[in-house]
Design a protein around this ligand. Sequence first.
Ligand code: ZN
Length: 281
Amino acid sequence: MKSLKKPNLKVDDIYCLCSKDFRDKDLVKRLLESEENVIKASENFDKLAIVHETYKMQEDVTCRGVVSDKELINLYIQKLVPKKSVGREYYDYILAMPYNNICPLCGARIVSTIDHYLPKTHYPSLSVIPNNLIPSCRDCNHEKHDIKFKSKEDETLHPYFDNIENHRWVFCDVIEDDPISFKYSIKMIDSKDEMIYKRIRNHFKVLNLDVLYAIKACDIISGIEVMLKKLYKKTGVDAVREQIKEDMESYEVKSLNSWQSAFYRGVYSSEWFFDVWLKQN
Ligand SMILES: [Zn+2]
């Protein structure tokens, strides 16, 4: 759920580099003959992604008859991914794009792979197109799998084309129980943009982020519990409230919708947290 700048890479540079590296000269010739169609597909993808309508992207027909789907997919599998492949520097460049190595799709786990926003099995001509390649953790990549969008609201968030930071969408409620736990959800509070709300909600559901964030929140609270309860005994409830507020504001400067921002806001808004939980031994 974090936006990223588009990769500063040229479609034809990657496509040609990978295409020319095959030993089969006939295959190289056919791949290079298809370059124009691949570039058109890439341009079409960009146009649709800007308005969040990639579900309208036609499944590949452009290159059929010249190169097969498998041959296009092999550009990625054989020439971009392997450690010593000719295109690996491009792969590594995309992996290194998030400055803190955190997956932009979940904002929680470590980047370890590349996710095709539109899956290469359905859209082989986009297999090595930079704007279709997103640095991702293995779990997000796995959850998205070969999902095919059928409508605008089906589309998960794309870090190069979506920025959801204008409004607060991710919320965390404290579950008043022993042990304390948390429930994350997407809510439309201060925006009227129904479509982006539905897309964020769908993104959340497809990637199972409610479960991931709830686990992360339990981990944080168990880490700071002793510190907060000591602070309460020493200085009272107001000091703890102030501490939580400072943490919340600090995280919210970076992102309104990170799981940490939602966590601290949820805790800060919970009277039960300060009146009951904090006072328990
Ligand atoms: Zn992820």
